[in-house]
Design a protein around this ligand. Structure first.
Ligand code: MLT
Length: 410
């Protein structure tokens, strides 16, 4: 008899963004005359920048010629891209990252989901609450959590680090001992950040407890304030305790092209049950060689092109465009009387839903009355209840229209 991985049965409903997509499709089918504005999933809307398009064309030309055609590439990524990442994303911050500490991949969702494979099922995980659902769901699938408690809306064996307006969205260090700590800053979904001092506390905790930090820096390009770390490796000693994930998705509009990377420093160790040190860089490399055949050559050439002077200029223009949308949303919501957070160093705006609504009720209200799609805070965890997320990734025109519609609701 074929049996299943029963951990999957512990998962709640469907994946958050699929649930939303289904609801929106149903609404659109029932209301074909309504123009729905989508500020839900954080997907970019501007086309790829010209230099990326040029790189794709050139790389395609190479693939069409016998002399320059490429088959399988290195599983960890081509050196031409890894070198650019090391110089531009790290050396410029005063951080030394070797190219063989960089693993190019097809997305941070996959990397943050897959990384759990190299860690024991017995580790205790800590996640911020609310959180990007992938961190929790993949740990449920792996059997690292216990059962779900419908009353608390929490899983056993998971340490939830509340991040709400009450603590200024700064998670407290866990009172109990945890092993795998997921941190995402600038944060998805709250759009808030941690300063150097706060991040240092986590690095110190991880060192003291022989824990590991899984640091998702997918939104780093949106940071504008001084003193906010762009990389966890800006904190002294972080290379001994942290893996960092970065993505080209939001930085360079690659959500459809797919390219990201993960840094696993060689200093980073974890342990066998008997306490023997194991090098995680080698373990992950072994995993990738077995299960992954690398990112397409054309995509990696496209990613490389953003590290030219012209490439940086072009992607910065797009980032600024989204940042202006974030500002419009912040100001527009404030004008309509909402309490808002985030949206300064991140493309996400986190708002308090009006009294009397749950997050999902507010989702329905906004969809039905203003034809705007957002993401209910409770979809990101129990502490997200009472909040709602909007993204800055729509077009300027739609963002302006969405704010007008919300203001007119009042
Ligand atoms: C989000 O909306 O939270 C993100 O787009 C999801 C993702 O990057 O996978």
């Amino acid at each position: 008899m074929i049996t299943i991985n029963e951990n999957y049965l512990k998962l709640q409903d469907s994946y958050l963004f699929s649930t939303i997509a289904k609801k929106v499709t149903k609404f659109q089918e029932e209301n074909p005359d309504k123009k729905v504005i989508k500020l839900g999933i954080g997907d970019v809307t501007l086309p790829i920048v010209p230099i990326v398009g040029k790189a794709i064309k050139e790389a395609t030309e190479e693939m069409l010629k016998k002399e320059t055609f490429r088959g399988y590439g290195p599983e960890q990524g081509y050196d031409f891209l890894r070198e650019k990442i090391a110089i531009n994303d790290y050396q410029k911050l005063g951080i030394t990252i070797q190219k063989d500490e960089i693993f190019v991949s097809d997305g941070t969702k996959c990397d943050t989901g897959n990384i759990g494979e190299i860690f024991s099922k017995d580790n205790i995980i800590a996640i911020t609450d609310p959180v990007y659902p992938v961190y929790l769901d993949t740990n449920i699938m792996a059997g690292r959590t216990g059962d779900y408690h419908p009353n608390k809306k929490q899983y056993e064996k998971v340490v939830y680090l509340e991040t709400t307006a009450e603590n200024n969205f700064i998670p407290e260090l866990p009172k109990e001992k945890v092993d795998m700590i997921y941190l995402c800053f600038p944060n998805n979904p709250t759009g808030t950040v941690l300063n150097k001092l706060e991040l240092t506390k986590w690095v110190t905790y991880a060192k003291q407890n022989k824990a590991i930090i899984l640091f998702d820096g997918a939104y780093e390009a949106f940071i504008e304030e001084e003193g906010i770390p762009h990389s966890i490796y800006e904190i002294e000693g972080a290379k001994e305790v942290a893996i960092e994930f970065r993505s080209f998705s939001k930085t360079a509009g690659f959500t459809g092209l797919r390219c990201a990377y993960t840094i696993i420093p060689k200093e980073l160790k974890a342990y066998t049950q008997k306490g023997k040190e194991v090098n995680l860089n080698q373990l992950w490399s072994r995993r990738q060689c077995t299960k992954f055949n690398g990112v397409p050559y054309i995509t990696q050439r496209a990613a490389q092109s953003i590290y030219t002077k012209e490439g940086q200029k072009q992607i910065q223009e797009n980032i600024q465009y989204y940042k202006e949308n974030a500002k419009r949303i912040r100001q527009g919501l404030q004008k309509a009387g909402y309490t808002v957070f985030g949206g300064k160093n991140a493309p996400y705006i986190w708002l308090k839903v009006p009294n009397g609504y749950t997050s999902w009720e507010f989702f329905d209200y906004l969809l039905e009355t203003a034809n705007i799609v957002g993401t209910p805070g409770s979809g990101f965890g129990p502490s997200g209840e009472g909040y709602f997320r909007l993204t800055a990734f729509a077009s300027k025109e739609n963002t302006i229209e969405a704010m007008e519609r919300i203001q007119n609701l009042k």
